[in-house]
Ligand binder design. Structure first.
Ligand SMILES: Nc1ncnc2c1ncn2[C@@H]1O[C@H](COP(=O)(O)OP(=O)(O)OP(=O)(O)O)[C@@H](O)[C@H]1O
Length: 269
């Protein structure tokens, strides 16, 4: 597509990347595509999504006014959501609206239904009452992970990338970029089952974000993280938010709440 570079450049500028930097990124991207003799759309996907990805992942300088979306489009709406398991009511009358550029936290006692609600947000569990509207591009990071022990990080990137229509080379390089943001450099040949718990959790996070979703749903995503990685994680969440994405995070850490825009407290069990 011949106007791909123009749309890519325009989106970079719209996201606040200064002109010279945006031009250089556009030229670099065109050169990368030329090297593989693939057109940019085939290699990188839609221009606006790749621009957003670059702004987030490369932390491109954003000029005087940061691209903070005070109130982006609504990406998730829950209205009157309820869920029962057998006779037990776990959730009732839950409302939540999250826009692009916002982070919401779901908090509450153990067993009050936080993970159930996040699965409902992801479309993996059907509610018994109420309505759910979500954007199409969703990334979900489950609490107990979704990795296969016998596969390497690279194989995970290629596999999850393929499921989202991302070519293997691009999925691997995006995976490596995202891993680096969490101070992790996957070792070639090392299987997921050989990773520490915290590093496996990094792999989970990277997989949830690999296809540049608009809405990220994270279920206590930092378990096993050391302090530095925990800070890297919140830095990353804020980068997603500043790129106009929406994030919903289940947490039990009250000091996390200073990092978020909305708190949905599901209370006691
Ligand atoms: N598939 C299921 N079938 C039956 N009961 C379930 C199912 N999934 C969850 N539950 C029950 O629903 C309740 C809420 O579970 P959920 O995992 O959503 O809570 P939570 O708030 O995320 O808990 P925690 O803080 O311990 O992670 C619990 O009592 C759990 O046992």
């Amino acid at each position: 597509m011949s106007d791909w570079p123009d749309r890519f450049h325009a989106e970079l500028v719209r996201l606040g990347v200064p002109g010279p930097r945006a031009r250089r990124l556009t030229e670099d991207t065109a050169a990368q595509a030329a090297e593989t003799t693939t057109d940019p759309a085939g290699l990188f996907g839609p221009a606006h999504l790749y621009a957003r990805h670059l702004v987030t992942e490369l932390a491109a300088p954003v000029g005087a006014t940061p691209p903070r979306y005070a109130s982006g489009p609504v990406l998730l709406t829950l209205a009157g959501v309820g869920k029962r398991y057998r006779r037990r009511t776990v959730l009732s009358g839950v409302d939540l609206t999250v826009r692009g550029g916002e982070v919401a936290a779901i908090v509450g006692a153990n067993g009050c239904g936080k993970s159930t609600l996040l699965r409902i947000c992801a479309g993996l569990t059907r509610p018994d009452a109420g309505t759910v509207h979500r954007t199409r591009r969703v990334g979900y990071v489950p609490q107990d992970g979704g990795t296969a022990g016998w596969l390497t990080a690279d194989e995970h990137f290629a596999l999850f990338g393929a499921a989202a229509g991302v070519v293997p080379g691009r999925a691997r390089s995006t995976g490596a970029h995202l891993a680096a943001k969490l101070a992790w450099r996957p070792e070639p040949g090392q299987r997921a089952q050989q990773l520490s718990g915290g590093t496996r959790q990094k792999l989970n996070l990277v997989l949830g974000e690999l296809h540049s979703p608009d809405l990220l749903l994270l279920d206590e995503p930092y378990q096993g993280f050391d302090q530095g990685t925990y800070l890297d994680f919140w830095h990353q969440v804020h980068a997603w938010r500043d790129a106009g994405r929406a994030v919903v995070v289940v947490t039990h850490l009250l000091h996390d709440l200073g990092n978020v825009d909305h708190v949905l407290d599901l209370g006691e069990r």
